[in-house]
Design a protein around this ligand. Sequence first.
Ligand SMILES: [Zn+2]
Length: 735
Amino acid sequence: MEEKSETEAQVPRRVPWVRWMVAGLLLLAAGLYGVALVALTSTADGMQNKFSSLARSKYLAFLVWQNLRVLMAYGILVVAAAVLVAPVVARWSRRGATGRWGVMWRALSCGLAMHLYFVLRLVRERPYFMPEGKFGYWWFHIFEAPPEPWRTWLQVVVFDFVPWLVLAGVVVWHGRWLTRRWGSRRMAWAGGLLGLLVAAWVVRVGVTHAHGTVAKPAEVAERPNILVIGSDSLRGDRLGYSGYQPARSDGAAAGGVSPRIDELAARSAVFDLCMTPLASTIESITSTMVSQYPHTHGIRQMWPGQQAVERVRANTEPLADVLERAGYETAAIGDWCGAIYQSLPLGFNEVAVSNYDNFRVYMTQAVFLAHFVVPLYFDNPAGYRLYPEIGSFAQFVTPEVVTKRVTDRLRQGAGQRQPFFWHVFYSCNHLPYRSPEPWHRLFADPAYHGKNRTGVDFDIDQFICGTSLEDKWKALPPDEVAQTRALYDGCTRMFDECVGKILDALREQGLAERTIVVITSDHGDDLYEPGVTLGHGLGFNGGDQTNHVPMVMKIPAGGAQRFPQLVRTIDLAPTLVELAGVKAPKAWEGQSFAGWLRGTAKPQARPYYGETGYPFIQFREQGVKRPDLPPMDEMTFIDESFHYQFVLRPEFEDAVVAAKQRCLRTVNWKLVLTPAADGTRHFRLHHLPTDPHCERNVANEHPEVLAAMRKALERWTDERKETMMDGIFPDGEPE
Ligand SMILES: [Zn+2]
């Protein structure tokens, strides 16, 4: 009883004090919620395409519901903030005025200060969440304000030391406060119980981990595990082992863009030129996994409808199916670029990727990002549990999340008794090249303070509504071009670290010599080479950069090998099944190169045939009037019966195929077919050894090469039959 009176003497009367503190925090939360609603409305007003007006009219109820769901987050934050600010508000309110308004504004100020501290943390750790361009870029300079020698330790103090100190203070204060209310005996019991719970949790985590690392196979599976690791848009010519050197090589950039992949490549089979038939994610991955050209499997543009997807399921034999029949466990693991596996699983029996990349997801994302508290406080495992769809947002599922999914599976014993085939697919290198600290600045000019600091400032509206983007990109000044390339290189280095962690886990589990590891991607990207700007799959201008993918293959007991000969991504599946001792289906169009690796077949360059994808931009072609196609919001619609996906309107399917550019590339020559509006075909021929960026059309100077290649390319285009090298050039390829 004595204790209670002491409490009342020290702290202003208990119940009203707590109540008015919570009221102050609720006021703060209401303010933040209001700001978010205003931000959301202005975003919607700024989006002038057809889809946003559809969002406002047709899906208004859905939008309202999403805004109500977010309220839960605010509620949790008010409770957490009350616990954290209580000691300060209590002390502060003891002196001077302690009326209800006094307590309220004190609580509000403390809450706001804490909120700003977390915003500062976000600027430092995940700057890609900061609304780019909206408030200028002053926040990036905050960390450069203190004198150079102090910066590091000041950040350590503010971000690593202070939080623990504050947390300790809060725990002690609440402990004493509760002791005074409950009495020390009951408090000792509560403390002991809490300690036991923490101890039990620590033991459980330890046991799970130990179980994973100790388990060793009684019987070892005969077939090798197959691990295909890719990063969307990773170019085959921009990795260390391919001879690429980034703009900077000081400090942390010293290892180049890919130290771990380079180390693997040094003891693997490396294919210097591997090409994808269509430089767009879903079309390319389908081609790789079913070993067929797009015109055979039918996915020829990135907005396929349900029928096209079902045709693939019914008519193809994906690699995952073939391996599953041979005893493999199969899984596709990835983030937002891997979401294609949601609508088109390609035989994988487990798909652990982001949710459908559909219109509802876009809308939910717009709501969650407008409510800034979500990225700020809920981009963590607990937050994902509360709002599972966060896992489908481009900015939330980080590469670390994907890597952890893979390494956890390995540590839990995968691949020990039953072989696995996994496609691990990251979004690291995809536009807009966003990456967290420190990757985005690793290869960038420290003096750069423009708007593309942490990612390419990208206007989706222009992509959807028109084709003026080509002109905008072409006008980019040199420092922005350099920055864009530096961002891309940072993304590569981030991917490289993910690969490194997976390789470490493989070795740790004793699986390194029982696993085929393939490093590749779905396509490359343009990075302002001569004749091109940004993007992929839109044309065959410039060199090979959008269709050239990495191909590093580590096979058990295999050593370093180098193959300069041209291979295609459709050749990967036949190679993998041959290496696993499984028969390839007849319907596969690719050709195994396993014999090259084993030394039983002579490596010979193969011809490359390719086509362009969905025409976001119809690149101009000199002297050609291209077919007229409407912008995306007119050519596609949202199919409610197909997971609310964007789907190409059936009436445009033929027009999109007819407008595609085609390409045939041999060792020395590249032929590009461009259809004109009047139905005629325009051809340009490039001699690669003397013109690597394809800037000079030499069709008139080499009529015999043009005729031979044109015949093969038109046969492939019209009859869907490929002609191999000796068929194109029976007397050998001209130099
Ligand atoms: Zn892609």
